[in-house]
Design a binder for this molecule. Structure first.
Ligand SMILES: NC(=O)c1ccc[n+]([C@@H]2O[C@H](COP(=O)([O-])OP(=O)(O)OC[C@H]3O[C@@H](n4cnc5c(N)ncnc54)[C@H](O)[C@@H]3O)[C@@H](O)[C@H]2O)c1
Ligand SMILES: Nc1nc(=O)c(N)c(NC[C@H](O)[C@H](O)[C@H](O)COP(=O)(O)O)[nH]1
Length: 227
């Protein structure tokens, strides 16, 4: 396989929403699930999010546990995994938390449609990888990440990036915490948005495990027939 082993980790409401219709973040996970997510971050080579998530949530994507950061350091790695933003048009704010908080490498993946002056500014903060004309070419990007030594990649959403990764056959497993709340709203982001699969292309999953966690349930799925 010339791409990293890749999993999506997400938290959704009982009706499948990952935030409100205003794209406002909701606390879906309990403490146990957040700690599990931290462990996943600490054991990944890189974490990837879409620009929509950066603009909506301004996440830092750092490992929160000091002990886990120290364990990474002991193994000769940076305290935090490589933080990657999928940002076709180079819209990542230069003061985003992803740049300000925590040590470690950052990658901003842009396309040919990103303005040259913004790309230059982003290059002061991150390694900028350019693929695709109008949108990031995720398949080409994954090959490049693999050749950089990224073998285990965590995708933390949002809805559009999840769709783009899944529909390009780039995801091996999906971990979904289902919380005890209903968010509603036809336009609220779900675990997988985008344009949706044609009936003949719908992805099949194999249930790997289910576990009661906090006030919800953690479902782990393997994606069948990834590329
Ligand atoms: N509950 C959770 O686990 C969780 C996790 C992450 C985000 N979220 C929520 O998700 C929402 C953001 O999701 P979203 O769908 O708006 O944005 P997103 O984070 O999925 O980013 C999507 C953007 O990525 C860009 N992009 C670049 N190249 C692309 C490509 N090849 N294919 C597709 N997109 C490409 C596009 O500009 C697109 O608009 C926020 O409300 C956030 O709070 C929830
Ligand atoms: N696992 C999870 N459970 C939730 O209940 C929730 N709202 C998110 N939302 C994901 C979102 O992208 C967050 O913004 C980052 O998880 C924040 O990451 P930081 O703390 O800034 O490192 N994720």
């Amino acid at each position: 396989m010339d791409r990293p082993f890749t999993f999506i980790n997400s938290a959704m409401s009982a009706d499948g929403k990952i935030s409100t219709k205003e794209r406002k973040q909701v606390r879906i996970s309990g403490d146990v699930d957040f700690d599990r997510m931290d462990e996943l971050r600490a054991t990944s080579d890189a974490i990837m999010v879409g620009i929509g998530t950066v603009l909506a949530d301004d996440p830092s994507l750092t490992v929160k546990s000091e002990a886990r950061r120290a364990a990474r350091k002991n193994k000769g790695a940076d305290e935090n995994p490589v933080r990657i933003v999928i940002d076709s048009k180079g819209r990542t704010p230069l003061d985003a938390d992803i740049f300000i908080k925590g040590e470690g490498k950052r990658v901003v993946a842009v396309s040919g449609s990103a303005p040259a002056d913004k790309v230059e500014e982003l290059q002061q903060k991150a390694l900028v990888i350019r693929t695709g004309d109008d949108q990031v070419d995720l398949c080409a990007l994954m090959k490049e990440l693999n050749s950089m030594g990224i073998k285990r990649l965590m995708v933390e959403g949002g809805a559009t990036l999840n769709w783009a990764m899944l529909s390009n056959g780039l995801v091996d497993e999906v971990y979904s915490f289902v919380g005890n709340l209903l968010i509603g709203g036809a336009s609220a982001p779900t675990l997988v948005d985008g344009s949706g699969f044609a009936e003949s292309d719908i992805l099949s999953l194999e249930l790997m495990s289910m576990e009661k966690m906090d006030e919800g349930v953690l479902l782990k799925w393997a994606v069948i027939n990834t590329g």
